[in-house]
Design a protein around this ligand. Structure first.
Ligand SMILES: *Cc1c(COP(=O)(O)O)cnc(C)c1O
Length: 400
C-alpha cells in the first residue's frame, strides 16, 4: 500500500467526515513546488486555497515566525505587542481604512463585520449575493448564497435577502432603511472566479449611501495581491470605497489570521466589550503577515502577479482546446471555464500529471498559485495542459 493510501486511512479513522478524504498527502514544499509522502513532486497552483501568497517555506515568513516565537508568542488582548500594532498601522497605510480588528480566519472576520453593521443599525438585515461564499460559521453562512450549504443549519441569523451577482437593479431594490449592510465579494471566488459586470460595485455603493447601510467588501480571497493589487476591488471597481473590508487567506503567509478594516462610523462602532477573540491578532501570525506585506512590496509581487496572470490566461486561451470555453479572472486568480462539467476529472488528471489545482464548480477550474510562481513554472503548466485535457476528453467520450 502506498504511503499516501496509509495516511488517507489514518485521516479517515481520526478526522470527521466534513472534508471527505483528501486526494493528496503532502510532506513538504518549497516556493510553488510541493512533494507528497510518496516522493512525487507537484506544482502547487492553488496555494492552500489562495493562502500561500509567498509559496511554501518562504525564508522571510520562517524568519519572522521564528524570531517572534522566540521572544513573545502570545499575549492576549490584555497586552499591547509590537507586531500587532505595526501590522494594523501597515494595513491602514496600504488601504486608507481607519481602524483594524484582527481575527483568526475569514469567517470570523465576516462575523465581526456583521456585528459592526448590526451595532450601527440595531435589528437591521443584510443583502448578499446568490453564489457568494462568506464562510461556515452561523453568521457568515447566513449571508452565503448557496442554499445547499445553509439548509441543514437553519434557522440562521437574518433577515438576509439574496440578489443575483451583477444585477444592480435587484440589489438597489433589496436595499432599504432596514438594511444594516450589503455584503459582497469584489470577485466571486468559490463560485469560480466570477468578475462582476462594470458598474455593479458602484451601484452597490450608491444603494448603500441612499439607505444609510454599510458596504462590506469581502476580500478574504481576493485581498493581499491575489488580484494584482492589495485589494481586488481596486481592480474590479476602482474608486469604490467600502465601509468595511474583510481579509484573511493571503494575509498570513500560511499562518491563520483574518482582519476587519473599516472607515467612518463603522471604524468606531464597536464599544468596549462588544467583541473579542483570544487568539485574534496573535503576535506570531501578525509577524508573519508583516513579512508577507514587506516581501510582496520589496519583490514587486503585485505587478509580477498581474503579468504572470495575463501570461497564464493568454496561454490557456491560445490552446484553443475544445474543452476550454474561456478564461476569466484578475491577477493570479483565474477561472478556466470548461465546455463540459468535467472539472473534477481535469483536477484528477492534472494531479496525475504533477499539477495541483481545484474545481470550485463542475465546469470551472481555479488557478490561484503562489504569487512567487515563476514564468517557467507557468509555462510548464501550459505545456502540460493540452494532454491533460485530451486525456479527460478521451475518457469522458468513452463513458458517453
Ligand atoms: C475562504 C473564504 C471565506 C472564509 O474564510 P475561512 O478562513 O475559511 O473562514 C470567506 N469569504 C471568502 C470570499 C472566502 O473565499
Amino acid at each position: 500500500m502506498s504511503r499516501t493510501r496509509q495516511w488517507q486511512e489514518r485521516w479517515d479513522a481520526a478526522l470527521m467526515g466534513n472534508y471527505g478524504t483528501p486526494q493528496v498527502a503532502l510532506a513538504r514544499g518549497e516556493g510553488a513546488r510541493v512533494w507528497d509522502v510518496d516522493g512525487r513532486e507537484y506544482l502547487d497552483l492553488y496555494a492552500g486555497i489562495a493562502v500561500n501568497a509567498l509559496g511554501h517555506a518562504h525564508p522571510a515568513v520562517r524568519a519572522a515566525v521564528d524570531a517572534q516565537l522566540g521572544t513573545l508568542g502570545h499575549v492576549s488582548n490584555f497586552a499591547v505587542s509590537r507586531p500587532v500594532v505595526e501590522l494594523a498601522e501597515r494595513l491602514q497605510e496600504l488601504t486608507g481604512l481607519e481602524r483594524v480588528l484582527f481575527t483568526n480566519s475569514g469567517a470570523e472576520a465576516n462575523e465581526a463585520a456583521l456585528k459592526i453593521a448590526r451595532r450601527l443599525r440595531p435589528g437591521g438585515g443584510f443583502v448578499a449575493c446568490e453564489g457568494a461564499f462568506h464562510g461556515r460559521t452561523m453568521g457568515a453562512l447566513a449571508v452565503t448564497g448557496q442554499p445547499a450549504k445553509r439548509a441543514p443549519f437553519e434557522p440562521l441569523p437574518g433577515p438576509v435577502s439574496f440578489v443575483p451577482y451583477g444585477d444592480a437593479d435587484a440589489l438597489a431594490a433589496a436595499v432599504g432603511s432596514g438594511t444594516a449592510s450589503v455584503v459582497l465579494e469584489p470577485v466571486l471566488g468559490e463560485a469560480g472566479v466570477v468578475v462582476p459586470p462594470a458598474g455593479f460595485l458602484e451601484a452597490a455603493r450608491a444603494a448603500c449611501d441612499a439607505a444609510g447601510a454599510l458596504l462590506h467588501l469581502d476580500e478574504v480571497q481576493g485581498g493581499i495581491g491575489r488580484a494584482g493589487a492589495w485589494l481586488s476591488s481596486s481592480v474590479t471597481a476602482p474608486g469604490v470605497e467600502a465601509d468595511v473590508v474583510t481579509l484573511a487567506k493571503g494575509l498570513g503567509g500560511g499562518l491563520p489570521i483574518g482582519a476587519v478594516l473599516a472607515r467612518g462610523e463603522a471604524a468606531h462602532a464597536l464599544r468596549k466589550g462588544d467583541h473579542g477573540t483570544t487568539f485574534g491578532g496573535n503576535p506570531v501570525a501578525c509577524a508573519a503577515a508583516l513579512a508577507v506585506l514587506r516581501t510582496v512590496e520589496d519583490d514587486g509581487l503585485l505587478d509580477a502577479s498581474t503579468k504572470l496572470g495575463e501570461r497564464l490566461a493568454r496561454g490557456v486561451a491560445a490552446l484553443e482546446h475544445p474543452l476550454v470555453q474561456g478564461v476569466r479572472g484578475v491577477g493570479l486568480w483565474l477561472g478556466v471555464v470548461l465546455s463540459a462539467p468535467v472539472a473534477a476529472e481535469v483536477e484528477q488528471a492534472a494531479r496525475a500529471a504533477g499539477f495541483l489545482l481545484n474545481a470550485p464548480a463542475p465546469d470551472v477550474l481555479r488557478l490561484a498559485p503562489p504569487l512567487v510562481l515563476t514564468e517557467e513554472q507557468a509555462d510548464a503548466f501550459l505545456a502540460a495542459l493540452p494532454s491533460v485535457l485530451d486525456a479527460v476528453q478521451a475518457s469522458t467520450r468513452v463513458r458517453a
